[in-house]
Design a protein around this ligand. Structure first.
Ligand code: FAD
Ligand code: DHB
Length: 394
């Protein structure tokens, strides 16, 4: 068996694992990133597209923001649509000058992989049989296979950045308390070669179900429709998708741009938190520890906020031996996580068709009127949407 040694062993090359490796490198801490998929797969897995103000600043200040700054699209507002009317929420005016940037998760991942490989730092794709151990004591290790060879990576700390279906959270399941909610609907998402029909994102409430207009570039639209969790895409030919989007977003004097559909998929909706986000020398970050339904655009941003804290406490620990920061990691992250959990749950239940009960509908319409007419309510939505400044550990 081949034996390797590093300071921080990172499982998963999604936004959490790659950003952590990058931030650690900036302060001179070595890491090895292990990913079970191929580079091509992780660079083309279409997911989130909205970067919070704090995420943008972190990527820029840490030196991987160049392409984001030239190709990302700065937005100062979003719209909420219901009962055939569209209402703008002026995010930047309401949230103290903060804004969001539209830049695909795929692009963030490509930038981070590019930066790491350019520096010649270890990032192994297509590993398998990953398992973690020794994190209860001083000798954490990750066992895995790569190119047919059994290997063992010894490290000081393991970062479980391996997403919801990874191996790190199950390894500490007995000490975790979990909180969960599943929703009886999902999103059918498409990427289409069509100029965006709206300059800003539109979150639309409709009796037939939720719809979202988003974008990736001046030529690419990203659009979502509420559907059943077990929706079969065979039942959704292109014409049906466009008809349904047109119906749910219809507005006098406005029309939806259409074009060839390049990609489509169904995403389930769940809320999930595992507490604490640490056990011994194993730290969970991102989707490995928590999931939000996508309506608040928080998943990717939370993953990056977690590892900003983790990189900071690890840096302090290596420099001073102070364990206090490490011990406060989970509590620091969970404050932000639960705010995002509530916001995402609130946006989800306000905007989707959640039942056939007219009482639910009345409550939704009342909330929608409130956030689009009360400055206080709109400010609350805006503050949550652009995200709180990144909090550092005590
Ligand atoms: P991930 O991106 O899941 O990265 C984990 C990595 O670990 C993956 O590369 C995985 O291959 C790897 N891995 C897993 N198991 C192992 C193992 N055993 N060994 C080694 N590597 C392993 N959020 C939004 O805000 N808006 C959206 O529209 C949106 N759409 C989404 C669509 C889908 C289909 C999914 C699944 C998520 C979506 N999200 C969305 C959520 C957002 O993409 C995630 O919150 C974000 O990817 C979290 O980053 P992460 O690094 O924590 O996890
Ligand atoms: C996108 C995804 C989201 O979950 C969201 O709330 C807004 C935009 C997107 O993929 O562009």
């Amino acid at each position: 068996m081949k034996r390797l040694r590093t300071q921080v062993g990172i499982v998963g090359a999604g936004p959490a694992g790659l950003t952590l490796a990058h931030l650690l490198d900036r302060v001179g801490i070595e890491s090895v990133v292990l990913e079970d998929r191929s580079r091509d797969y992780v660079e083309h897995r279409i997911r989130a597209g909205v970067l919070e103000h704090g995420t943008v600043e972190l990527l820029r200040e840490s030196g991987v923001g160049e392409r984001m700054d030239s190709e990302g699209i700065l937005h100062h507002g979003i719209s909420v649509q219901f009962e055939g009317e569209r209402h703008r929420i002026a995010l930047t005016d309401l949230a103290g000058g903060r804004s969001i940037v539209i830049y695909g998760q795929t692009e963030v991942v490509k930038d981070l992989i590019g930066a790491r490989l350019e520096r010649g730092l270890p990032l192994l794709f297509e590993v398998d049989g990953v398992s973690v151990r020794g994190f209860d004591g001083d000798e954490p290790a990750i066992a895995f296979r790569h190119e047919g060879e059994e290997q063992e990576l010894r490290c000081d700390v393991i970062a479980g950045c391996d997403g919801f279906h990874g191996v790190c959270r199950p390894a500490i399941a007995p000490v975790l308390r979990t909180f969960e909610r599943e929703y009886p609907f999902a999103w059918l998402g498409i990427l289409a070669e069509a100029p965006p029909s709206s300059d800003e994102l539109v979150y639309a409430h409709h009796e037939r179900g939720f719809a979202l207009l988003s974008l990736r570039s001046p030529h690419l639209s990203r659009l979502y429709l509420q559907c059943r969790p077990d929706e079969n895409l065979d039942g959704w030919p292109e014409d049906r998708i466009w008809d349904e989007l047109r119906t749910r977003t219809a507005l006098d004097g406005w029309s939806l741009n259409t074009g060839p559909i390049l990609e489509q998929g169904v995403t389930g909706m769940r809320s999930f938190v595992a507490e604490p986000m640490q056990h011994g020398r194993l730290f969970l970050a991102g989707d490995a520890a928590h999931i939000v339904p996508p309506t608040g655009a928080k998943g990717l941003n939370l993953a990056i906020a977690d590892v900003a804290v983790l990189a900071q406490v690890l840096d302090r620990w290596y420099r001073t031996g102070d364990e206090g920061g490490l011990a406060s990691y989970s509590e620091t992250c969970l404050r932000r996580v639960w705010r995002a959990e509530h916001f995402s749950y609130w946006m989800t239940t306000m905007l989707h068709r959640i039942s056939d009960d007219p009482f639910d509908l009345k409550l939704q319409l009342s909330q929608l009127r409130w956030v689009t007419t009360s400055q206080a309510a709109a400010t609350s939505l805006a503050e949550n949407y652009v995200g709180q400044p990144f909090e550092l550990a005590s």
